[in-house]
Ligand binder design. Structure first.
Ligand code: GLC
Length: 745
């Protein structure tokens, strides 16, 4: 046989054996929709239901044995795996999936909330609350991109992030995992994270599926406890909690996660109005909805709106859920329900299509695996560490400075560093597993590294347990303070999920917001030494540090600034970096003041308490700089407009200080008279502005329909004619704002 015939014969054999041209779904040159339809047509009911099922390994949780899991993956009964961190285990399971009848890859998910930080060696960026304190969406997008690179290289395709809940109760443990209390700021930050994670512009295998969570309003539980009921009006739901999810859809989020809680008597996982009528029919979401951890079963065991797993499954699939996180019971229930005619195969096809769409869009069929060398090269690469440091620098908030800071450059004196959070990994925050010590620069290590050569840096180890700050330790620290020129006292909380004494983070609510244990006594003891005290807060929620605010001359809020936090804090203390962070959440004086929010109604604090003024300790949007910024010449271009028109608001800002600095200019609006009560102010836009000493700039904001509109008595989203107060300045505090008026005809 001549060569030409042989090649033709071999090509025909290849075509017949692989029928690659007939298996459209395996042909990446075909459109996703064509690939989905071709695959759906080939799948059995069990294989479609399998896509809706997520599992984790038995060693983690007692669901099914690893052997059974592997078998089910091979049989095409598993669509997704979560929270497995070992690259080889992920690869083994993925190979089983690729070896299944239709070779449908698993979508592997993990909580990569601020870096893929459940993996040892990953770049640990500042937590979301810290990132919100930067008011820098571009930076957050870059962190999303870098997180996606590290996550995908680990063979993981889906991050259960961002948490775009609006946090308005500091008792709640997960405040640190959110972007704060304002719907606009949360929307901007959450949208940026989704753009970064899903990186629509980058290569398919450099991106991960984002997941807007938790849908909805579990961040305002009636008593601050995770899972507790949320009881809010539809108006509040639409005005406060929904906007970040609407923005997530606009940014193309491919998945949503339903929330643990009920809203007004209906568990989110069983709420058809929420998961279908609102999310899909009104808002047009066409991704897939995953349950939160075992929340399908909890419809029976916790919420008691179903009698068993089968009824829970029917309830949640009817409501609009697409995937069960996690474990057995869901698959079997659906098969039975379809056999009994209580669920249709058509309904199952909807969920299977949504999940397969993500798998095709993110290139899982072509590139299902990670790459160890690539992952190791990306984790804590110079570029990623540099970004983490930049974010830490921008996130740290100077709350008070009675001309103590910055310590002068040639600081040739002695400085004491102490406090339970001074030399440990509490700066990493929640959704982190233990990281190599060499990857984390603690506050003390940062100060030692950055302090000028002649500075004598002393450390007093008072231990890390907030309750074990014995009198002897306090006395020892005080004695060292007396012999020092300044003392940095690092206190706060602990969100580390791998530690058994955490005071914050998932499922760790508090019934008060004071410092835990004897931390305040430590601060008072050091203060009584007479030396200059700088209090540094490392914490995952607002703390009512009232005594400290009244008695300590310098206070820095770090939240949880990530692995480079110690370096950034030290650079700020010694003046290498000029702080620019602003509060993304109000800091109440005490738990009794909660709910304490800036976008409150005028009657919210019309009266006072017996013990406490009804104003916060520190307001939303507040943060100091080493520079001074002067606002002037606030103007509204067209002071009278039609409801559909827009106008330009401009303000002059000048750096009247002696060092360059960045100010976050904020614009707020108030609808002076309206058909329903409206907040006394609402953030409508913000801009980071860098200014050299003496430099000034004109900053402009466009105000139009979306800034002026609200839900009227009939929940119609409209602009009402009337007078609007326009406020521009450095925080939400009235004394920090210039104001003008705008009239809508
Ligand atoms: C938890 C959290 C959720 C997380 C999931 C998987 O219950 O509520 O945010 O993504 O489990 O770890």
């Amino acid at each position: 046989m001549d060569c030409k015939k042989l090649i033709t014969l071999l090509f025909l054999i290849f075509i017949i054996t692989t029928n690659v041209f007939t298996q459209v779904y395996l042909n990446s040159s075909k459109s996703n929709e064509k690939r989905i339809e071709d695959l759906i047509d080939r799948m059995t009911l069990k294989e479609k239901v399998g896509q809706m099922c997520q599992y984790t390994r038995a060693t983690l949780y007692d669901n099914i044995s690893d052997r059974d899991l592997t078998r089910m993956v091979k049989e095409g009964k598993v669509g997704s795996i979560l929270n497995i961190r070992d690259l080889e285990v992920i690869r083994e399971l993925q190979e089983k999936a690729m070896d299944s009848r239709l070779s449908i890859p698993l979508i592997i998910g993990i909580d990569a909330i601020h870096g893929n930080a459940l993996i040892s060696g990953a770049t640990v960026y500042p937590t979301p609350l810290s990132l919100a304190s930067t008011w820098d969406p571009e930076l957050v997008e870059k962190i999303g991109e870098q997180t996606a690179l590290e996550t995908r290289a680990a063979g993981i395709h889906w991050s259960f992030a961002p948490n775009v809940e609006v946090a308005r109760d500091p008792r709640w443990g997960r405040v640190g995992e959110t972007f704060g209390e304002d719907p606009l700021l949360v929307s901007e930050m959450g949208g940026a994270m989704i753009r970064g994670l899903q990186g629509i512009s980058s290569e398919r295998d450099n991106r991960v599926v984002g997941c807007a969570k938790h849908f909805i309003a579990g961040s305002e539980p009636i008593n601050g406890l995770n899972f507790a009921p949320t009881d809010i009006s539809e108006r509040t739901l639409r005005e406060i909690f929904l906007p970040p999810f609407v923005r997530s859809i606009k940014e193309g989020a491919f998945s949503f996660m339903a929330a643990h809680n009920e809203v007004n008597g209906i568990p989110c996982h069983a709420d058809k109005w929420l998961l279908t009528k609102l999310l899909r029919n009104e808002l047009g979401f066409d991704g897939f909805v995953v349950s939160d951890w075992t929340d399908v079963g909890r419809l029976a065991t916790l919420h008691r709106v179903a009698s068993d797993m089968k009824e829970s499954t029917k309830l949640t699939v009817d409501a609009g859920l697409d995937m069960n996180m996690h474990g057995p019971g869901f698959f079997e229930s659906i098969i039975e329900l379809v056999d009994e005619g209580k669920l249709t195969e058509q309904r199952i096809n909807k969920s299977a299509r949504r999940i397969l769409r993500a798998k095709f869009e993110f290139g899982l069929f072509e590139k299902p695996y990670g790459n160890k060398d690539k992952r190791n090269a990306l984790m804590r690469s110079d570029e990623h560490v540099k970004t983490a440091l930049k974010a830490a620098r921008e996130s740290i908030i100077l709350l008070k400075n009675e001309s103590i800071l910055p310590l002068e450059e040639k600081y040739d004196k002695s400085i004491l560093v102490t406090g339970p959070n001074a030399n440990n990994s509490t700066i990493l925050g929640d959704w982190v597993f233990e990281q190599p010590e060499e990857n984390v620069t603690t506050i003390y290590e940062g100060i030692k590294k950055i302090a000028p050569e002649k500075t004598d840096v002393k450390f007093c180890n008072v231990g890390e347990n907030y309750h074990n700050l014995s009198d002897s330790k306090l006395k020892k620290a005080k004695k060292m303070a007396i012999n020092s020129d300044a003392a940095v006292v690092v206190v706060g909380g602990n969100s580390l999920r791998y530690k058994d004494d955490k005071t914050c983070g998932e499922n760790m609510a508090r019934s008060n917001i004071q410092l835990v244990g004897k931390q305040l006594e430590l601060v008072k003891s050091i203060h009584s030494s007479g030396t200059e005290v700088i209090v540094v807060l490392v914490n995952g929620r607002p703390l009512g540090v009232t005594w400290i605010a009244e008695n300590i001359p310098a206070i820095i809020e770090c939240w949880e600034p990530g692995s480079e936090g110690g370096t950034a804090l030290a650079e700020i203390i010694f003046g290498e970096i000029n702080p620019s962070g602003k509060l993304p959440i109000t800091i109440p004086r005490n738990v009794g003041q909660i709910q304490m929010i800036y976008n409150r109604k005028s009657t919210h604090n019309f009266r006072n308490y017996y013990e406490t003024p009804s104003i916060p300790l520190y307001p939303f949007g507040y943060g100091l700089s080493y520079s001074e910024f002067k606002y002037s010449d606030l103007q509204v271009d067209k002071s009278t407009i039609n409801p559909k028109d827009s106008t330009v608001v401009e303000v002059k800002i000048e750096n009247t200080g002696d060092r360059s600095g960045t100010e976050i200019v904020q614009i707020y609006l108030r609808d002076e008279v309206s058909s329903v009560t409206r907040p006394v102010k609402e953030l409508k836009a913000f801009k980071r502005v860098k200014l050299e000493p003496g430099q000034s700039k004109i900053i402009k904001f466009v105000i139009g329909f979306k800034e002026l509109a609200f839900h009227n008595r009939n929940l119609k989203y409209i602009v009402e004619p009337g007078k609007f107060k326009v406020m521009v300045g450095s925080s939400s505090r009235n004394e920090d704002l210039l104001s003008e008026y705008l009239f809508v005809k």
